[in-house]
Design a protein around this ligand. Sequence first.
Ligand code: F6R
Length: 241
Amino acid sequence: MRIIRAKDYDKLSKKAASIIASQVILNPESVLGLATGSTPIGTYRELVRMYNEGIISFKDIITFNLDEYYGLDKGDKQSYSYFMYDKLFNYIDISKNNINIPNGKTDDIQRECHGYENKIKKSGGIDLQLLGIGKNGHIGFNEPDLKFEALTHLVKLDKETIDSNSRFFSSIEEVPKMAISMGIKTIMHSKKIILLASGEEKGKVIYEMIYGKITPKLPASVLQLHPDVTVIVDKEAGYML
Ligand code: F6R
């Protein structure tokens, strides 16, 4: 694992965006795996800036998002689909047909999950996957468990995840209890991975992910086995390193 320490959130975002931008410049037909949550917002802002300055184009880029809340329509303001358009897709030249996000409103979970896996495979696999990390060590919505769930699947969200994500909703009751998420194998098959962590509350889990035992009880620990992972932390998230 390569560890990059950034001075603050702004520098972290700029470094992450620069890595994604170089991927896009080197291969304008790259397949990018994208994350939602607070952490990548600055990275997306930087990518939009680089697009506006004519440094990068997303014309032939394909994207796959990690996850989506189960039961939310893509037009719902709380959906991850809405988030992605609001933070990135509305401001760049990506083709709508190249954007892939699990359908939270599917009436056939099996078909949705298989279909998502097949689409990733058909596109040639993910070249660069962007990840955040939950305080409980989740990546995507792969929550701590007794085993690693391999492929895209329906997940029951942890109480801690529901609590943490309630900050985006007007009440905790509104937070969906389930989500569709890429599995650990799906993520591990990405050619390159960047994981971002910001803030002191992520410090302990970042330390355990890098130096602890590889265990499904801390799903991100599996990244120790991936040959090309870059972890970017700000000063606070890196305080134990
Ligand atoms: C989001 C995702 C999650 C988040 C994680 C951290 O698509 O898959 O694993 O990356 O919950 O969220 P933030 O960045 O809000 O702390």
